[in-house]
Write a protein that binds this ligand. Sequence first.
Ligand code: DC
Length: 229
Amino acid sequence: MSERREIVTIDGPSGVGKSTISRRVAAALGYTYLDTGAMYRAVALFLQQSQIDLSDEQAVSSTLAALDLQLLPAVQEDGDVGVVVNGQDVSSAIRTSEMGMLASRVSAIPLVRKRLTEMQQAIGQAGKIVAEGRDTGTVVFPDACWKFFLEADPEERARRRMAQLRAAGQEVDAEELLAMIVKRDRDDQERTLAPLQKAEDAIVIDTTFIDIQEVCRKMLEFVQTKKLS
Ligand code: DC
């Protein structure tokens, strides 16, 4: 491996605590937080609004050519990053479970992955970022200095996602949400291109019984004392 770069990658399934943990680790290190899931969600919304057939490669390609995606810093401290697509603020519109499911579908399209991976690599070019997603340690930044893979029981992840959605004023059925989470993870794991997968050299942390503060403490201790070789 060529020289490793000052990048932290945090991958794992949905509802595992990635966003909150990534934001806090980034803030503690003074690094930029890169929410790659928000990018897939934004593209999903854009393709949906464009009303194209997702299996029509030509249509996806020409629609993507017209995409202008910008990430904005979070409005609130410890809040989600903002996303603007072709001048439209989609920051709240992308944070629904429907958009999570559609993002998962859209993320399996090779053209979408290529476009977003290139964008993410350009953002990370100067290093000093904390990237979270499904493939940040395997595909986007294989040369990151620190890689983590978070896990937690599906029931606990569904509970956390429920609390998040409730806080955002969205009501969802608990069983339906658990079923959606299990399906989304399976689809993300089984796709051929950049599947949800632990990088060989990633450190695994099970967050089922550990609170977020403790997970952040463990990660920061690792980042400040060790580097992957
Ligand atoms: O992390 P999230 O729930 O916002 O991600 C939404 C979907 O986007 C996820 O189910 C799969 C896709 N995704 C991906 O394929 N690769 C990433 N690096 C991040 C997200």
